[in-house]
Design a binder for this molecule. Structure first.
Ligand code: ATP
Ligand code: MG
Length: 348
């Protein structure tokens, strides 16, 4: 258990500037996700925290103590990799015991700690098997067992669920969250799956090009994205972005509205768009509608598609509070006052 404070972290690989003046303060016992597209620097940041990558500038503190120059072994962290990296010739028991053997603990202590980790993860019956004799989910549990067996202060996980099928991913993520709550451990979880980050995390660090774009609780990031990139990356299907002139907003703005907030009909004081219905796509409890509005395809939702057929004109609307504004040049979210918003949308 530890708090982590990263200040002014710079990381370059030769001429490639990967992490650019990064600041993050993580509380003791928090579950944090690093979320962002491939190549944005998530794993590099995780490895810097683990001490597996040296940093060029900045400091990393655990519980206020500067650990920037300490090696990985001295940081009391544990890392779970995407491919689990289990030793194929060792039994599950020996895989989990491995970090304790490296610490040269006695057999009694090792036996007790392995039994504890196996019990926490429900893998007692697998202890004498080899990794090749396990399913993907079981291997994942063994990798987590090997990570927690030393009681690390910080558990770092780099896309630990990406090798699992969809239903197992959902089950394992619930287990990981439960485990973290039970152990009260600080966890950093790297993922490029926004849904995974949303359901698991206390806070999400959304990253792009080596810069943290926003660091906040999941619903804060969803409802109040700092910029257009975050707004587009979080939420599925993606937020619609439209130029101001289509929506009656001030020039230089981009208007954003999520498909789930945009529905057929009109909302007094809200955003109204009209266009040709191109596609009705069933999605279980509701349907997605693709509508061509002024040369843009806008995605909306609808709970009852009766009477809607492609080729028809359709009017869509969203409440004023569901509409987001971004500066067209910087992408930063703008927060016009409620009256400003209403008068803008009334101008339609
Ligand atoms: N050892 C290295 N030498 C040179 N460049 C590297 C090295 N490791 C990573 N990079 C570069 O740093 C950038 C960030 O890589 P990183 O692995 O941190 O991305 P990531 O966000 O984890 O992506 P992914 O989701 O694909 O795992 C990439 O442009 C990558 O090519
Ligand atoms: Mg990575």
């Amino acid at each position: 258990m530890a708090s982590i404070k990263i200040s002014g972290l710079e990381k370059r690989f030769h001429t490639v500037h990967v992490l650019k003046g990064l600041d993050l303060a993580i509380e003791d016992g928090e579950f944090i996700s690093f979320l962002g597209p491939s190549g944005c620097g998530k794993s590099t940041l995780l490895f810097c925290i683990a001490g597996l990558e040296e940093i060029n500038e900045g400091t990393i503190r655990f519980d206020g103590r500067d650990i920037t120059d300490l090696g990985p072994r001295e940081r009391n962290i544990a890392l779970v990799f995407q491919d689990y990296a289990l030793y194929p010739h060792m039994s599950v028991r020996e895989n989990i015991a491995f970090p304790l053997r490296q610490q040269k603990l006695d057999d009694g202590t090792i036996g007790k700690q392995v039994a504890w980790a196996a019990d926490v993860l429900g893998i007692e019956a697998l202890l004498d098997r080899l990794p090749a004799e396990l399913s993907g989910g079981q291997r994942q549990r063994v990798a987590v067992g090997r990570a927690i067996v030393r009681n690390p202060s910080v558990l770092l996980m780099d896309e630990p669920l990406s090798n699992l099928d969809a239903s197992l991913r959902v089950r394992m993520r619930t287990e990981i969250r439960k485990l973290q709550k039970e152990l009260g451990i600080t966890v950093i979880f790297v993922t490029h799956d926004q849904e995974e980050a949303m359901v698991l995390s206390d806070r999400i660090a959304v990253m792009k090009d080596g810069i943290v774009q926003q660091f906040a609780a999941p619903m804060e990031v969803y409802n109040h994205p700092a910029n257009r990139f975050v707004a587009g990356f979080i939420g599925s299907p993606q937020m619609n972005f439209l130029p101001a002139e289509l929506c009656g907003a001030t020039a230089g703005h981009v208007v954003g509205v999520r498909p789930h907030d945009l529905k057929p009909g009109t909302v007094p004081g809200g955003l109204t768009l009209s266009g040709e219905l191109m596609l009705v796509e069933p999605a279980g409890p509701f349907q997605f509608l693709d509508v061509a509005v002024g040369g843009h395809v806008v995605r909306a939702t609808c709970s009852d598609p009766a009477g809607l057929s492609p080729g028809e004109r359709i009017t869509l609307s969203a409440g004023a509070d569901a509409v987001r504004y971004f500066a067209a040049d910087t992408g930063l979210r703008l927060t016009p006052s409620v009256t400003e918003t209403e008068s803008r949308l009334h101008a339609l």
